[in-house]
Design a protein around this ligand. Structure first.
Ligand code: KG4
Ligand code: ZN
Length: 359
């Protein structure tokens, strides 16, 4: 028997022992974009630690995430962040049942840091390794605060890199109903914020400015993708905002930033809510979850609450700290893969364009 095969037999014997009844402690590692994060989660639901080292300050200087800087920062931060996560949980590496890591989608150089780290830890400690899809992680963030939440349900994942409408059939089983054809919702927030001088990251800044603006002051388009009712497109909306700003400047008209923010945000929220409501009706979801950074948006939250109330659907959304990138959500998703015995091999690699449901 080759050394590698022996190792996997050892690991699977250990899995069986854990699965017989002991608690499962997962060390989650996340480095797909500009947050270096590590967390210890018990049995997929209970956060024992959640350490997030954000690089926002440095990327703000450039108006957005600079991939090479992100990778270098992950390299600097990853060991201290993991050490902190273990110490906050009051546990050691040897007490972890398995190591879970985001292996895609995301920035390849950034992902590689987390994947290489997780592989090294798994190799040195002889622990099982689990590869997690980043969007699956965002969806699983909802399990961390809601012990009663169980599939099936519908999910709207709206982040800086993704806009997905998903049918969650079971733990680890997803059907993507729709996705963006161009910009992600959060990306549109970030680009429009930059255009109206609010800076990076745009989502929270537009959210705040919009609270003082009139969403009806400007009429921006609500795009539909012909032939695929659940897909999204936000690049036309972004261009409409840029055209509006140019026209105002050429005519010497005043630009009321708060109104642009409110009208743009309303256009995004209307489309997201409308798609989600149609999916709820078509698939008969009794439960629906929001996930991803844009799920912190005040207007989206309010619109979805109202819509779900009307439709008699239970709505969940993570706390803001669990909406944006974190490793607790990766540990939760990793737990469900682990108990299903879906483990990664020692050849796990970063996959920047990994599709949801793909292994
Ligand atoms: O989930 P996340 O941390 O990263 C990705 O996986 O992409 O999401 C970050 C995105 C950014 O585009 C940010 O502008 C947006 O989430 N965001 C928001 C809000 N807070 C963060 N967008 C709208 N309203 C917010 N309150
Ligand atoms: Zn994310």
């Amino acid at each position: 028997m080759k050394q590698e095969e022996k190792q996997s037999v050892l690991i699977s014997q250990q899995n069986m022992t854990d699965r017989k009844g002991g608690d499962v402690f997962i060390l989650g590692i996340e480095s797909s974009c500009d947050e270096t994060a590590a967390s210890v989660v018990k049995n997929g639901r209970e956060i024992l630690s959640n350490v997030i080292s954000s690089q926002i300050d440095i990327h703000t200087l450039y108006g957005g995430v600079v991939p090479e800087i992100a990778s270098r920062k992950h390299m600097e931060r990853i060991n201290p962040v993991i050490r902190q996560a273990l110490s906050d949980a009051g546990m050691t590496l040897s007490e972890m049942t398995a190591i879970a890591v985001t292996y895609g989608p995301g920035l390849v150089g950034a992902l590689l840091v987390g994947v290489a780290e997780a592989k090294a830890i798994a190799f040195a400690t002889q622990k099982p390794l689990v590869g997690v899809h980043h969007i699956e992680g965002h969806i699983c963030a909802n399990y961390l605060e809601n012990p009663d939440l169980k599939p099936p349900f519908g999910a709207l994942v709206v982040s800086g890199g993704h806009t997905h409408l998903v049918r969650v059939l079971d733990y680890g089983r997803y059907e993507v109903l729709g996705r963006t054809r161009d910009d992600a919702a959060g990306e549109a927030f970030d680009k429009v914020a930059r255009a109206i001088g609010l800076g990076y990251p745009g989502g929270p800044k537009i959210d705040r400015a919009a609270q003082k603006g009139d969403p009806e002051a400007i009429e921006f388009p609500r795009a539909r993708v012909s032939g695929s009712e659940y897909d999204f497109s936000f690049s036309g909306l972004k261009s409409a905002v840029l055209n509006y700003l140019n026209a105002c400047r050429m005519k010497g008209e005043e630009i009321i930033t708060e109104n642009v923010a409110a009208a743009f945000q309303k256009a995004v929220v209307d489309v997201l809510t409308d798609h989600a409501a149609r999916a709820i009706e078509e698939f008969g979801f009794e439960t629906f979850v929001l996930a991803g950074g844009v799920a912190s948006n005040t207007a989206l939250r309010a619109a979805m609450e109202q819509k779900c109330d009307e439709l008699g659907v239970r709505l969940y959304r993570p706390s803001p700290v669990l909406c944006t990138d974190n490793a607790a959500m990766i540990a939760s998703a990793g737990y469900y893969s682990y108990i299903a015995n879906e483990l990664a091999g020692s050849d796990l690699n970063a996959n920047p364009s990994l599709k949801l449901g793909e292994r």
